[in-house]
Design a protein around this ligand. Sequence first.
Ligand code: ADP
Ligand code: MG
Length: 233
Amino acid sequence: MIELQGIHKSYDVGSNKLHVLKGIDLTIEEGELVSIMGSSGSGKSTLLNILGILDTYDQGEYHLSGKHIKNLNETKAAWYRNQMIGFVFQSFNLIPFKNAMENVALPLYYQKVSRKRRNKIALEYLDRMGIKEWAEHTPNELSGGQKQRVAIARSMISKPKVILADEPTGALDSTTSFEVMNLFKEINSEGITIIIVTHEKDISERTNRVIHLKDGYIENITVNSPEMNIANV
Ligand code: ADP
Ligand code: MG
């Protein structure tokens, strides 16, 4: 599903280059639930943004579902993102002046689905997330956990093959984090590949594999035993 070979990425900082990813080789199979850990500045978000076609890379190859992701123009990149990828962020990234239902429906607006139909589908996803009764509320009227449920519903509405989540529980208390993780596990059990960047061991322990990034390299990859995953459900 995801294949990275020798990925390098640098940022221009003034007249200097900051070498952030220094040769990343990684394969993620369809249906996996993996986490990416590493200290702040180790390149986790950079890697996730490349996977999500939100950013480009300098060297190497990235294949997503067999398609070489390289030199796409913005229209093509947006098309692949819309077809293949859902995003969830630590800060939720909801539109403040739209209600929960409209936020969830947004990806379908870009797919030119009629308002009536996209709102109906959005309500179904809010229902699945257990927050249908909050459909008419704007983000500032929702708790952190509710906002993240809205964001997860939005990430799922275009039926992506992969969901990329950058510290999705970073702004949530531990009980709410646990519930959000239950949602990710449920979504993953339906076959959607999920990649979660996290600082929290409790979260990474509930994924199948943990990719440890250090200074732009993969330091190691650990595999969690299935028993552990079951015990934690
Ligand atoms: P992490 O998510 O692991 O904390 P990032 O991938 O966000 O790390 O950042 C890795 C390094 O790249 C950091 O030193 C960060 O300051 C730098 N960086 C990230 N994005 C940019 C950018 N757009 N321009 C310049 N430097 C950046
Ligand atoms: Mg980050």
